[in-house]
Design a binder for this molecule. Structure first.
Ligand SMILES: [Zn+2]
Length: 229
Protein backbone atom coordinates (compact mmCIF):
# COMPACT_ATOMS: atom_id res chain seq x y z
CA UNK A 1 0.00 0.00 0.00
CA UNK A 2 1.05 3.59 -0.54
CA UNK A 3 2.46 5.16 2.62
CA UNK A 4 3.25 8.85 3.13
CA UNK A 5 6.41 9.57 5.08
CA UNK A 6 6.32 12.07 7.92
CA UNK A 7 9.37 11.16 10.02
CA UNK A 8 9.27 11.71 13.78
CA UNK A 9 12.42 12.15 15.86
CA UNK A 10 10.57 10.60 18.81
CA UNK A 11 11.88 7.07 18.81
CA UNK A 12 14.54 4.87 20.37
CA UNK A 13 16.54 1.81 19.41
CA UNK A 14 14.82 -1.44 20.32
CA UNK A 15 16.60 -3.54 22.94
CA UNK A 16 19.00 -6.01 21.34
CA UNK A 17 17.42 -9.29 20.35
CA UNK A 18 13.85 -8.26 21.12
CA UNK A 19 11.11 -9.69 18.94
CA UNK A 20 8.30 -7.48 17.65
CA UNK A 21 5.23 -9.43 18.69
CA UNK A 22 2.51 -6.96 19.72
CA UNK A 23 0.38 -4.58 17.61
CA UNK A 24 -1.29 -1.75 19.55
CA UNK A 25 -4.22 0.20 18.09
CA UNK A 26 -5.04 3.71 19.27
CA UNK A 27 -7.23 6.65 18.37
CA UNK A 28 -5.90 10.17 18.21
CA UNK A 29 -8.80 12.29 19.45
CA UNK A 30 -7.23 14.99 17.28
CA UNK A 31 -7.51 15.94 13.61
CA UNK A 32 -4.86 14.60 11.24
CA UNK A 33 -2.53 17.61 11.04
CA UNK A 34 -2.63 18.23 14.77
CA UNK A 35 -1.96 14.53 15.41
CA UNK A 36 1.02 14.58 13.08
CA UNK A 37 2.33 17.72 14.79
CA UNK A 38 2.08 16.25 18.28
CA UNK A 39 3.55 12.90 17.29
CA UNK A 40 6.55 14.45 15.57
CA UNK A 41 7.25 17.22 18.10
CA UNK A 42 10.54 16.71 19.99
CA UNK A 43 9.89 19.75 22.19
CA UNK A 44 7.07 18.47 24.36
CA UNK A 45 7.65 17.52 28.00
CA UNK A 46 6.08 14.14 27.26
CA UNK A 47 7.39 13.12 23.87
CA UNK A 48 5.06 10.80 21.98
CA UNK A 49 4.99 9.07 18.62
CA UNK A 50 3.65 6.06 16.78
CA UNK A 51 4.85 4.04 13.84
CA UNK A 52 1.82 4.99 11.76
CA UNK A 53 -1.00 7.50 11.74
CA UNK A 54 -4.01 6.49 9.70
CA UNK A 55 -6.03 9.37 8.27
CA UNK A 56 -9.81 9.27 7.99
CA UNK A 57 -9.50 8.98 4.21
CA UNK A 58 -7.38 5.85 4.70
CA UNK A 59 -3.98 7.36 3.95
CA UNK A 60 -1.30 5.85 6.20
CA UNK A 61 1.52 8.13 7.38
CA UNK A 62 4.76 6.50 8.51
CA UNK A 63 6.38 8.39 11.39
CA UNK A 64 8.78 5.86 12.89
CA UNK A 65 10.41 2.94 11.11
CA UNK A 66 9.33 -0.41 12.44
CA UNK A 67 12.86 -1.36 13.47
CA UNK A 68 12.75 1.48 16.03
CA UNK A 69 10.62 1.72 19.17
CA UNK A 70 7.96 4.43 19.01
CA UNK A 71 6.51 6.02 22.14
CA UNK A 72 2.82 5.16 22.07
CA UNK A 73 2.09 2.59 24.76
CA UNK A 74 3.46 4.18 27.92
CA UNK A 75 3.00 2.22 31.11
CA UNK A 76 1.54 -1.00 29.77
CA UNK A 77 1.21 -4.73 30.28
CA UNK A 78 0.20 -7.70 28.15
CA UNK A 79 0.69 -11.42 28.77
CA UNK A 80 3.08 -10.86 31.63
CA UNK A 81 5.29 -8.31 29.87
CA UNK A 82 5.50 -4.61 30.65
CA UNK A 83 6.65 -1.45 28.87
CA UNK A 84 5.45 -2.65 25.50
CA UNK A 85 6.97 0.10 23.39
CA UNK A 86 10.08 -2.05 23.13
CA UNK A 87 8.34 -4.98 21.45
CA UNK A 88 5.35 -3.43 19.70
CA UNK A 89 4.17 -1.56 16.63
CA UNK A 90 1.76 1.31 17.29
CA UNK A 91 -0.90 2.63 14.92
CA UNK A 92 -2.75 5.86 15.74
CA UNK A 93 -6.10 6.05 13.98
CA UNK A 94 -7.49 9.53 13.45
CA UNK A 95 -10.84 9.73 15.23
CA UNK A 96 -11.93 13.09 16.52
CA UNK A 97 -14.68 12.27 18.88
CA UNK A 98 -13.61 9.12 20.55
CA UNK A 99 -16.68 7.09 21.26
CA UNK A 100 -19.17 9.38 19.55
CA UNK A 101 -18.81 8.59 15.87
CA UNK A 102 -18.13 5.49 13.83
CA UNK A 103 -14.90 4.91 12.01
CA UNK A 104 -15.45 5.46 8.26
CA UNK A 105 -15.47 2.17 6.28
CA UNK A 106 -12.70 3.48 4.03
CA UNK A 107 -10.47 4.04 7.04
CA UNK A 108 -11.15 0.57 8.41
CA UNK A 109 -10.42 -1.04 5.03
CA UNK A 110 -7.09 0.77 4.98
CA UNK A 111 -6.42 -0.23 8.58
CA UNK A 112 -6.97 -3.89 7.73
CA UNK A 113 -4.52 -3.61 4.83
CA UNK A 114 -1.95 -1.83 7.00
CA UNK A 115 -2.28 -4.38 9.82
CA UNK A 116 -1.90 -7.22 7.33
CA UNK A 117 1.33 -5.67 6.04
CA UNK A 118 2.69 -5.21 9.56
CA UNK A 119 1.76 -8.74 10.63
CA UNK A 120 3.29 -10.22 7.47
CA UNK A 121 6.59 -8.58 8.42
CA UNK A 122 6.33 -9.68 12.06
CA UNK A 123 4.70 -13.10 12.22
CA UNK A 124 5.22 -13.22 16.00
CA UNK A 125 2.25 -10.82 16.17
CA UNK A 126 -0.23 -13.65 16.70
CA UNK A 127 -3.96 -12.73 16.73
CA UNK A 128 -4.03 -12.63 20.52
CA UNK A 129 -1.32 -9.97 20.47
CA UNK A 130 -3.35 -7.47 18.45
CA UNK A 131 -4.61 -5.21 21.22
CA UNK A 132 -6.10 -1.83 21.98
CA UNK A 133 -4.37 0.72 24.16
CA UNK A 134 -7.24 0.19 26.61
CA UNK A 135 -6.34 -3.52 26.90
CA UNK A 136 -2.76 -2.90 27.94
CA UNK A 137 -3.36 0.19 30.10
CA UNK A 138 -6.77 -0.31 31.79
CA UNK A 139 -8.38 2.73 33.41
CA UNK A 140 -5.58 4.99 32.17
CA UNK A 141 -6.58 4.61 28.49
CA UNK A 142 -9.87 4.04 26.66
CA UNK A 143 -8.75 4.08 23.03
CA UNK A 144 -9.50 2.89 20.36
CA UNK A 145 -12.94 3.21 21.93
CA UNK A 146 -16.37 1.68 22.07
CA UNK A 147 -17.01 2.06 18.35
CA UNK A 148 -13.89 0.35 17.15
CA UNK A 149 -14.93 -2.60 14.92
CA UNK A 150 -12.91 -5.36 16.59
CA UNK A 151 -15.20 -8.04 15.23
CA UNK A 152 -14.74 -6.93 11.63
CA UNK A 153 -10.98 -6.93 12.12
CA UNK A 154 -11.06 -10.41 13.61
CA UNK A 155 -13.12 -11.59 10.64
CA UNK A 156 -10.33 -10.22 8.46
CA UNK A 157 -7.79 -12.24 10.43
CA UNK A 158 -6.57 -9.43 12.67
CA UNK A 159 -7.02 -10.03 16.37
CA UNK A 160 -9.52 -12.34 18.03
CA UNK A 161 -13.25 -12.26 18.60
CA UNK A 162 -15.06 -14.60 21.03
CA UNK A 163 -16.19 -17.87 19.51
CA UNK A 164 -19.94 -18.55 19.77
CA UNK A 165 -21.15 -21.40 21.91
CA UNK A 166 -18.36 -21.37 24.47
CA UNK A 167 -19.04 -22.06 28.10
CA UNK A 168 -18.60 -19.34 30.70
CA UNK A 169 -15.33 -18.99 32.53
CA UNK A 170 -15.85 -20.22 36.08
CA UNK A 171 -14.17 -19.02 39.22
CA UNK A 172 -11.68 -16.19 39.47
CA UNK A 173 -12.40 -13.77 36.63
CA UNK A 174 -9.11 -11.95 37.16
CA UNK A 175 -7.10 -15.13 36.73
CA UNK A 176 -9.01 -15.83 33.51
CA UNK A 177 -8.45 -12.29 32.22
CA UNK A 178 -4.75 -12.61 32.93
CA UNK A 179 -4.86 -15.96 31.14
CA UNK A 180 -5.83 -14.05 28.02
CA UNK A 181 -3.26 -11.30 28.53
CA UNK A 182 -4.77 -8.56 30.69
CA UNK A 183 -2.67 -7.07 33.48
CA UNK A 184 -3.26 -8.06 37.08
CA UNK A 185 -5.03 -5.48 39.22
CA UNK A 186 -2.39 -3.61 41.14
CA UNK A 187 -2.60 0.12 41.17
CA UNK A 188 -5.85 -0.38 39.21
CA UNK A 189 -9.03 -1.77 40.79
CA UNK A 190 -10.10 -5.28 39.67
CA UNK A 191 -13.33 -3.88 38.17
CA UNK A 192 -11.27 -1.67 35.86
CA UNK A 193 -9.70 -4.74 34.27
CA UNK A 194 -13.18 -6.18 33.69
CA UNK A 195 -14.21 -2.84 32.17
CA UNK A 196 -11.24 -2.89 29.82
CA UNK A 197 -12.36 -6.32 28.61
CA UNK A 198 -15.98 -5.17 28.21
CA UNK A 199 -14.93 -1.99 26.43
CA UNK A 200 -13.55 -4.17 23.67
CA UNK A 201 -15.80 -7.23 23.65
CA UNK A 202 -19.11 -5.93 25.02
CA UNK A 203 -19.14 -2.19 24.44
CA UNK A 204 -22.89 -1.96 25.04
CA UNK A 205 -22.44 -2.42 28.78
CA UNK A 206 -19.16 -1.48 30.42
CA UNK A 207 -19.93 -1.78 34.11
CA UNK A 208 -17.07 -3.82 35.55
CA UNK A 209 -19.42 -6.62 36.63
CA UNK A 210 -18.12 -10.12 35.87
CA UNK A 211 -21.60 -11.27 34.83
CA UNK A 212 -22.47 -14.39 32.88
CA UNK A 213 -22.27 -12.76 29.46
CA UNK A 214 -18.83 -11.38 30.24
CA UNK A 215 -17.71 -14.84 31.36
CA UNK A 216 -19.11 -16.47 28.22
CA UNK A 217 -17.28 -13.97 25.99
CA UNK A 218 -14.03 -14.57 27.82
CA UNK A 219 -14.59 -18.32 27.57
CA UNK A 220 -15.00 -17.91 23.81
CA UNK A 221 -11.60 -16.27 23.62
CA UNK A 222 -9.71 -18.60 25.93
CA UNK A 223 -11.03 -21.50 23.86
CA UNK A 224 -9.07 -20.13 20.92
CA UNK A 225 -5.78 -19.58 22.67
CA UNK A 226 -5.64 -22.66 24.83
CA UNK A 227 -5.11 -20.50 27.89
CA UNK A 228 -4.87 -22.27 31.15
CA UNK A 229 -2.49 -24.55 29.30
ZN1 LIG B 1 -3.48 5.35 22.82
Amino acid sequence: MKVADRPSPNHAPRPAGIEIDVLVLHYTELPLEESLDVLTDPGRPLKVSAHYVLAEDGTPYRLVREEHAAWHAGRSHWRGREALNASSIGIEIVNLHGDRHDYPPRQIEALIALCRDVIARHPAIVPRNVVGHSDIAPQRKIDPGLRFPWRALAEAGIGLWPRDGAGPVEGDIQAALQGFGYPPPGDVAPAEIVKAFQRRFRPGLVDGEADRETRVLLGGLLDQVGAGA
